[in-house]
Design a binder for this molecule. Sequence first.
Ligand code: ZN
Length: 398
Amino acid sequence: MGCAISPILFVTAFEVILRGARQVVGGIRLPSGERLPPLRSYMDDITTILQTAPCTTRLLEWFDELITWARMKVKAAKSRSLSIRKGVPQVKTTFVAGREPIPQLAEKPLKSLGRQCTADLSDRQMGKQAKQQLAEGLAKIDQSQLPGKHKVWCYQHTLYQCVMWPLKICEVPMSEVRRMDSLTNRYFRKWMGLPRCFSIAGLFGWNMLELPLKSISLGYKQEKARLVLEMKDSTDHLIRSAKVPIRTDRKWKAPAEVENAISSLQHKEVMGSTQTGRAGLEWAAPRQFWSKATKRQRKTMVVDEVTRVEQEHFHIKPISQGSQEAWTRWEATVQRCISWADIWRTPQSRLSFLIRAAYDTLSCPRNLTQWFGSEVGCPLCSTTKASLQHILSGCKVA
Ligand SMILES: [Zn+2]
């Protein structure tokens, strides 16, 4: 631990053994014409994919001999094997490593880097697992004695990141992600002291009031867009040519969205630096152009574009909602961005008041009349159906 040279020494020595073992068999040929190496490794973890069972047996025997010569040992119990014949997983074929049989994937599923590998080679259970992890985590945070805003912070900085990883690497459909979102939103509303009818556009949209919260579906879309680019622009030519399909949903297809984002960025370049706002010429920061950006900058640009498209939905959604779209008609109002530092400074009840005031969901007489049908008026001037504006700044008596 902590030694900078020992991992390098280990990898160098291990590479000698791997090269020795690779000479026995040839790798598998991909449909694109590329040939995969028979053994692929990361530190001391090795994966091998071969066409026939005798080939695998020969490779394992030879590898075993080499590893024994290097005074190391293969742990068969920690390894898994899977044989497929004509698309159907086989149970009969067993392989041996270090004189012990390797357990089959069908008998013992394996968890590697957060992904559960089973014999049916599907990620269907991963979505359910991620949802369960989220539900358990949210319930645990909810049970704690912390104030509501602390609970939100706990979720956003710990649980959110844990859930995001399986969503990125596994084929989890968008519908499952939406279900996870609605589960989280229920807790958000409870913790922030907001009514149940409060719109998600208010929670996650960058509207007149911008909260430092991020929805799971937005994170999912960003991660999938990143994954598409990572696969397409990988430095490894095998990954590039493998053309790994990234499946999401029928409604939101990651590769198509990335293509749209790229064409939109190229279109913006054709338009050039245009003036936005009233700040004056050359006042804004110089715009980044697609053709001049590096690979890393392009990735950020595409993710930003995906985020922008998602934010547009939060601008469109309120139009169809009765009372919570009041902010869309505000003129000359400066957008207010609330950071975590602001949240720590503001008392919980005032924060809740601020959010509810921005989206007109406070219990003013007009809303009370609408919600419960009770005829209450302004306590000072007894105007019936007095709106929030009347209570805050319009009442003549006050
Ligand atoms: Zn009044």
